[in-house]
Design a protein around this ligand. Structure first.
Ligand code: FE2
Length: 310
């Protein structure tokens, strides 16, 4: 498996200090520009930017040979790339996105103490209150799991990520949205339609549904105006989700229990999911309009015109 990990992202915002405060608030570790979790301390880099945007994604592959193979595929697509300091650096000119691939081993997350659940016919917890009820503080996010962009350039972006970088297709909504993985996660990168290229959301994995719900509830108690969508459970990927907004206007997701694809030949990708009816198996059946049309999309478009002239 040449690509094996989604290592991190760089996010540009006009007010980096606010984003850093937010990461501390939701339980990430770090300071200044660099934030992450206990097991993965360098997953998010913040930089100052005139408008909010996804600046870079970082991926990991097995060894140097993978970098050379990937460079050859990118060359064949006409995508500029270079090998520098042991990494392959490329640029997606349509989505204004830098891509860095570094060789190295996957990082295994430490296993958390399992919570005991009582289920009909299977009482695992005896004479004790549930751990989520008695825990002193909520469990923090475990890692950044995926990022999602909206783009008007669906097919060339799919081509770059699948045929160039080597992402694998997990599922697709009939030529419109592509759920791609570079690890056993059902998706690490999702391409969906957008009037301009923009960061739709980035997502933090939590231990379980209790951890998602408790963390989201605490956040929304402090910032009720930042609710976007959820809770629910997506049909594609199966993850339980809850979407909210960070102080810079980026949407973020707390998720858990996503489908896991350990062997490529054991998963049947479905390329023709319908557009309707797969948002959530419970809760609101469809996302709110603001999920695909953020309030600040005109501001982002103006920033891009200023920066790139288009
Ligand atoms: Fe997501």
């Amino acid at each position: 498996m040449p690509l094996h990990s989604f290592k991190g992202i760089k996010i540009g915002v006009p007010n980096p200090a606010d984003l850093a405060d937010f990461y501390a608030e939701i339980g990430l570790q770090g300071e200044g520009e660099h934030w992450g979790t206990r097991d993965l301390p360098q997953q998010i880099e913040i930089c100052e930017s005139p408008y909010r945007q996804l600046r870079e994604i970082r991926l990991a592959c097995t060894d140097d040979a993978d970098l050379h193979v990937t460079a050859g595929r990118l060359d064949a697509l006409g995508i500029a790339c270079e090998l520098r300091a042991g990494a392959l650096l490329a640029h997606d000119p349509l989505n204004h996105l830098d891509i860095a691939i570094e060789p190295g081993p996957p990082v295994e997350l430490q296993q958390q103490p399992a919570r005991s659940d009582n289920q009909p016919g299977d009482r695992a917890r005896h004479n004790a209150r549930a751990e989520v009820v008695t825990e002193a503080s909520p469990r923090p996010p475990r890692r950044l799991g995926h990022a999602v962009i909206g783009t008007p350039h669906i097919e060339p972006t799919r081509k770059l990520f699948v045929e160039g970088l080597g992402f694998r297709l997990s599922d697709a909504i009939s030529g419109l949205a592509f759920f791609l993985r570079c690890s056993p996660d059902h998706h690490n990168f999702l391409i969906q339609p957008g009037q301009i290229p923009y960061l739709n959301h980035y997502a933090f994995e939590h231990d379980d549904v209790d951890a998602v719900a408790r963390a989201a509830t605490l956040y929304l108690e402090r910032h009720p105006e930042r609710q976007i969508a959820g809770p629910g459970r997506h049909v594609i990927g199966s993850n339980v989700f809850w979407y909210m907004k960070d102080p810079c206007g980026n949407y973020f997701e707390f998720f858990t229990d996503m489908d896991c694809i350990e062997r490529d030949d054991s998963w049947q990708a479905r390329p023709d999911w319908p557009l309707e009816g797969n948002w959530s198996i419970w809760g609101d059946p469809e996302p709110p309009e603001v999920f695909f049309q953020p309030d600040d999309i005109d501001e982002i478009a103006a920033g891009q015109r200023e920066e790139y002239g288009s």
